[in-house]
Write a protein that binds this ligand. Structure first.
Ligand code: URA
Length: 449
């Protein structure tokens, strides 16, 4: 049994610390460090960590406890090391959604602005898509860069997008696997420490979080997403990284395309100055946030126009091509997309709601996502949204284009994911901006999906 003498008169036992959290007592920094280190080395077994995760889930943690938990998870592994060259290293994390392809666009945009982006991304989680799965639609693209490759390519190309190597925050990898099977994923302290320990392992100067709420997001309610955004921002700032968050609507997919190859194709359209307006605007806003936080621009207006210029003058697209080549991919490869079939409206009216999670699950059913860890992905499968909330439609009008070798099984669930009523209206895409010590409804209102 794990027990250490921390000072001459204090002995810690894992069961006592679990009991303390179960009884809603605030844990000390030493107690949290003892628990995380014991779990990392294997001295504290999975069943005790699972009990602690459930106690944290039920009784939550104070901001200080969350910061300590994050810092201990970070200390379970190594951190990227950068030369002392004054170049800001920045990154974005999205809490995930359907059609969220902004990482593929934002990393090259930031590189084109002179920032460096060592972006560690994930795979699909629940119904949401994963950046790594999308990029692997590009033949040859490697998402398993070593730490040396991450640091070298970030400095030579300006950006990389890769999976977390085993050396970065390994305690999170182990804990996440437990949370997944013990119903302890949706906990703000645990989500905060999980996300932030991985991002802080990149040794960043600035981080922006895209915290999503709505039918296609982890956090269904705006209130919960706001709480998560505050926790993430507070933790980043406590740990010395300039951190801001945008609160964004995920009550419908971002952009038109959802899946893997189709999202890469749509990202390339945006990188070439075209593509759907919501994807372009969100990418510009996230880029402007990081330019401001990194101190390379003095106003949001100037930051937004510089960010937009990288899309319109081809410089972001050029960085994207360099990144794809540097990671072993062929930026000119023809990406295969499965045959198209349309799901059509069975009545006339206005699109009033979209069950975005159901669309994500339909993509999984088509093979575009995983049912189980390790399942292969059909990169050619996906959906194209032909309507958005607030659009008027006629009976028989195509609503969603399904790219699949066989769409019969999902056609009905895709059709019923789109609610058609007598009226409905679009809501704003970016509803709030959260920065340390402030919360204001931003000037961003008016950017609609
Ligand atoms: N993403 C993570 O990396 N961790 C969580 O706990 C939830 C989402």
């Amino acid at each position: 049994m794990a027990a250490v003498i921390v000072s001459w008169n204090i002995v810690m036992l894992p069961a006592s610390l679990i009991a303390a959290k179960r009884d809603d007592r605030e844990l000390t920094d030493e107690e949290i460090a003892f628990f995380v280190q014991g779990f990392s080395t294997g001295d504290i077994p999975d069943y005790q960590m699972s009990a602690m995760a459930m106690a944290i889930y039920l009784n939550e943690m104070t901001p200080r406890e969350i910061a300590t938990l994050t810092s201990e998870m970070l200390r379970s592994g190594t951190q990227l090391a950068w030369p002392d060259d004054a170049i800001p290293r920045v990154d974005k994390h999205s809490t995930g959604g359907i059609g969220d392809k902004t990482s593929l666009i934002l990393a090259p945009m930031l590189a084109a602005c002179g920032l460096q982006v060592p972006m560690i991304s994930g795979r699909g989680l629940g119904a949401t898509g994963g950046t790594l799965d999308k990029l692997e639609a590009i033949p040859g693209f490697r998402t398993n860069l070593t730490l040396d490759e991450i640091t070298r390519l970030t400095q030579t190309v300006g950006c990389v997008i890769t999976g977390a190597s085993a050396e970065l925050a390994p305690a999170d990898r182990k804990l996440y696997a437990l949370r997944d099977v013990t119903a302890t994923v949706p906990s703000i302290p645990l989500i905060t420490s999980s996300i932030m320990s991985k991002k802080l392992a990149e040794s960043l100067d600035a981080l922006v979080l895209d915290v999503k709420f709505g039918s296609g997001a982890f956090m269904k309610s705006r209130e919960k997403a706001t709480e998560l955004a505050h926790s993430l921002v507070r933790t980043g700032e406590r740990m010395g990284v300039r951190t801001t968050a945008l609160l964004t609507d995920m009550n419908q997919p971002l952009g038109r395309m959802c899946g893997n190859a189709v999202e890469v194709l749509e990202s390339m359209d945006v990188l070439k100055g075209g593509g759907p307006n919501d994807v372009r605007q969100l990418s510009i806003e996230l880029c402007a946030e990081l330019m401001m936080s990194a101190g390379i621009s003095s106003s949001f207006t100037e930051s937004r126009s510089r960010a937009a210029r990288t899309l319109d003058d081809g410089s972001a697209f050029e960085r994207y091509r360099r990144m794809v080549r540097a990671q072993g991919g062929d930026p000119d490869a023809r990406l295969s997309v499965a045959p198209a079939h349309d799901a059509s409206a069975d009545r006339e009216g206005v699109v009033s709601a979209i069950d975005t999670e159901a669309l994500g699950l339909a993509i999984i059913a088509l093979g575009g996502g995983r049912r189980r860890i390790g399942d292969p992905i059909d990169h050619a499968a996906g959906l194209e949204m032909l309507v958005r909330i607030g659009d008027r439609v006629q009976s028989g009008q195509p609503l969603v284009r399904i790219f699949a070798r066989d769409s019969a099984d999902v056609e009905e669930s895709v059709r019923t994911a789109i609610t058609i009523s007598d009226d409905g209206s679009a809501s704003d895409l970016i509803v709030d901006r959260i920065a340390a010590g402030e919360r204001r409804v931003s000037t961003l209102r008016g950017i609609q999906p």
